[in-house]
Design a protein around this ligand. Structure first.
Ligand code: FPP
Length: 238
């Protein structure tokens, strides 16, 4: 493979699990289960190839509208992963994986919130790769949250409204301190962001594909990165 720049941050919308299951006459939950395995593999591969930040869209604020059995199957998958992360704490530390959950804790089952907190705490010192998992996440909600924090600062007299800058928003979103995603990947033939990282993606490159997420492989990630490398990013300049 020719020399390439690895994006500093990749965002992935894990889509197509339901259709993958349907093609096989399986319940939708089986698609999510297969998707969760791919999530694990891609996480490890991203670390292997030197990606420093990666964000996976796992559950949106809108996903609560799905049938209760599907929501509950997804929550079980999160539980399994979180318990496994606890068991594999040493391995994760060795891999240097710093895991964060971005999104609203409120509304999530209590035991999962606890597991989120412990997993984050235990992986805090790891610094090879930041893995952000967006759960109960909405991009508009993220910006609204940032506005609330800044509004409170205005109310406290810490900042004047006219002094608020874009950097203040960036400093108060969930991924504060991490670079914006250079590349956003969406498989499954859909061409939209679906409220994912809408602030951070202002200058992101997009890579779309018809592959359904459970069929996504390390080679597809390589392909997306190779395509990204062929693009010229101008950030509004010439
Ligand atoms: C969208 O596909 C996918 C989701 C709403 C869930 C994604 C979650 C996972 C892959 C599990 C992740 C697990 C961990 C541990 C982080 P869809 O169901 O909308 O697919 P469809 O459009 O084909 O119906």
């Amino acid at each position: 493979m020719e020399k390439r720049n690895v994006p500093a941050h990749i965002g992935i919308i894990m889509d197509g699990n339901g259709r993958w299951a349907k093609q096989r006459n399986l319940p939708r939950s089986e698609g999510h289960k297969a998707g969760a395995q791919v999530f694990r593999r891609i996480c490890d591969y991203a670390d292997e190839i030197g990606i420093k930040n990666i964000t996976f869209y796992a559950f949106s604020t809108e996903n609560w509208r799905r049938p209760p059995e599907e929501v509950s199957a997804l929550m079980d998958l999160f539980r399994d992963y979180l318990k496994e992360a606890q068991e594999r704490q040493d391995e994760n530390e060795e891999k240097g994986m710093h895991i964060s959950f971005i999104g609203h804790r409120e509304g999530m089952p209590e035991d999962i919130i606890e597991l989120f907190d412990t997993t984050e705490k235990e992986s805090r010192s790891a610094n090879r790769i930041n893995v952000n998992i967006a759960v109960n996440y909405g991009g508009r909600l993220e910006i609204t949250d940032a506005c609330r924090i800044i509004a409170q600062k205005v109310k406290n007299g810490e900042i004047n409204p006219e002094d608020i800058t874009e950097d203040d928003i960036s400093a108060n979103i969930y991924t504060a301190g991490q670079p914006d995603p250079d590349l956003i990947i969406r498989p499954s033939g859909e061409y939209r962001l679906s409220n994912f990282m809408i602030w951070q993606s202002a200058y992101s490159e997009f890579w779309f594909s018809d592959i359904l997420w459970p069929d996504f492989t390390e080679k597809d990630l390589d392909r997306a990165i190779d395509d990204y490398n062929k693009r010229t990013r101008r950030f509004g300049g010439v």
